[in-house]
Design a protein around this ligand. Structure first.
Ligand SMILES: Cc1cc2nc3c(=O)[nH]c(=O)nc-3n(C[C@H](O)[C@H](O)[C@H](O)COP(=O)(O)OP(=O)(O)OC[C@H]3O[C@@H](n4cnc5c(N)ncnc54)[C@H](O)[C@@H]3O)c2cc1C
Length: 303
């Protein structure tokens, strides 16, 4: 199992921000993963770091990255996938078999674990629609457990994993048979939409910065508040959609958080609505970051 000390994690994040992490572990199978979770009960677990802002001051702790655990199997309409498998890979594989339900996953680079944790979704589909059951490591009870969909407490961008200390090991999905051509056409439509409405990874970003408030759109609220012209240090709001932050290559985690606070305040002042961050934070906070996180994440369930 690969273990890196004082590892520069920045290159692995989609935002291209982050300092040195004391220890990064890459388990290669679920047994190794469970053993790591037992050995390091306080370790932070991440997948492909596409929804995580890592501190420029790094992290004095253990980070377990799941991206080497990528096995999956398809039996009839049932699909089982390990937590580190990337969504686009699974989406394309099931499409080849004429299985529908994961067309949304083609469009963004999260892992199955991150997607279950976040109840990820797009283009009218989400994890909740296809999830049947999953294997989890319960870090409070220190044991492996199985949870069914009814026990997952899924709602918009959240799941039981954000309330209890549950780590996703693998997940099982029930899909629907459909002609492969139709599925692929839907995937192409999703990708085409992305190309015009969202920044590609060539522009370092972490997807939507804020969750949509119920019945509203963060992008629209931010645009109305004038956020498209906001920038701080190496971080700027994307000119085509105000709910994305782009790192021009120089941004620090403080730049990103300061810009998030500016966006948050602008919407609060303009419309009285309190935005909640979708992006998660990991690492050592300086005083300024500590103060900003207290405001931005005051209503979040778990960081
Ligand atoms: C260009 C772009 C477009 C995006 N578009 C969308 C979109 O349309 N819809 C959407 O929902 N998201 C979108 N995202 C955000 C992101 O890809 C998803 O939230 C994805 O689910 C995160 O997966 P990850 O593996 O990268 O998670 P990470 O960033 O690695 O982790 C995110 C959170 O999940 C937790 N986590 C990760 N793995 C596990 C695990 N095995 N067990 C328990 N917790 C875990 C982490 O602790 C962290 O809190 C986009 C991101 C980018 C960069």
């Amino acid at each position: 199992m690969l273990v890196e000390n004082d590892y520069e994690v920045k290159k692995l994040t989609s935002l291209k921000v982050g300092g040195k992490v004391e220890k990064v572990i890459f388990p290669e199978n679920l047994d190794e993963f469970a053993a790591c979770l037992q050995e390091y009960p306080d370790a932070f677990v991440c997948g492909n770091l596409t929804n995580t802002l890592v501190s420029t001051d790094g992290y004095n702790g253990v980070l377990i990255l799941t991206t080497k655990m990528t096995n999956f199997s398809i039996e009839g309409t049932r699909v089982q996938a390990e937590c580190g498998l990337k969504g686009p890979k699974l989406s394309q594989s099931v499409a080849e078999k004429g299985l529908s339900g994961l067309e949304f996953m083609v469009a963004f680079p999260g892992t199955i674990g991150g997607e279950v944790f976040m109840n990820a979704g797009a283009h009218g589909q989400m994890i909740k629609d296809v999830f049947i059951k999953g294997q989890f490591f319960d870090r409070e009870q220190n044991k492996i457990t199985t949870l069914t969909k009814d026990e997952m407490d899924f709602s918009y961008r959240t799941s039981i994993c954000q309330k209890r200390n549950l780590t996703v090991l693998s997940a099982e999905f029930e899909l629907t048979e459909k002609p492969a051509d139709e599925i692929k056409a839907k995937m192409k439509e999703n990708l085409d939409f992305r190309h015009t409405h969202q920044p590609s990874l060539a522009l370092p970003n972490c997807g939507s910065v804020f969750r949509n408030p119920e019945g509203n759109s963060s992008g629209r609220l931010l645009e109305q508040a004038g956020a498209k012209s906001f920038h701080i240090g190496g971080a700027r709001v994307w000119e085509n959609h105000a709910n994305f932050i782009i790192n021009d290559g120089r941004a620090t985690s403080t730049d990103i958080l300061e810009l998030m606070l500016m966006m948050y305040n602008s919407v609060k002042e303009k419309s009285g609505i309190t935005l909640m961050p979708e992006v998660r934070y990991l690492g050592n906070k300086n005083k300024k970051e500590e103060d900003i996180c207290k405001i931005l994440y005051q209503n979040s369930i778990k960081m």
